[in-house]
Design a protein around this ligand. Structure first.
Ligand SMILES: [Zn+2]
Length: 73
């Protein structure tokens, strides 16, 4: 039973990790921490998004112009 929970945790962590642009670290966190890793993965930083230095909105890392305040980055 615990084994099944662990497998699900790894899968969920990997899914969350890939959404945030880092599936490998998601997988590792799930593998080591199991269900606790899911919580950690949810609250970990999003690698694909950064905050705008002018308006502090979360925007894509690849953005050249901020979609919120229209400033050049
Ligand atoms: Zn902005």
């Amino acid at each position: 039973m615990l084994f099944a929970i662990w497998i699900v945790s790894i899968l969920v962590c990997t899914a969350i990790g890939s959404k945030k642009g880092n599936p490998v670290s998601g997988f590792i966190v799930g593998l080591i921490l199991g269900p606790i890793g899911i919580v950690l993965a949810i609250f970990s930083g999003d690698k694909t998004r950064i905050s705008c230095k002018y308006c502090a909105e979360k925007i894509s890392k690849k953005a050249v112009v901020c979609p919120c305040c229209q400033r050049d980055l």
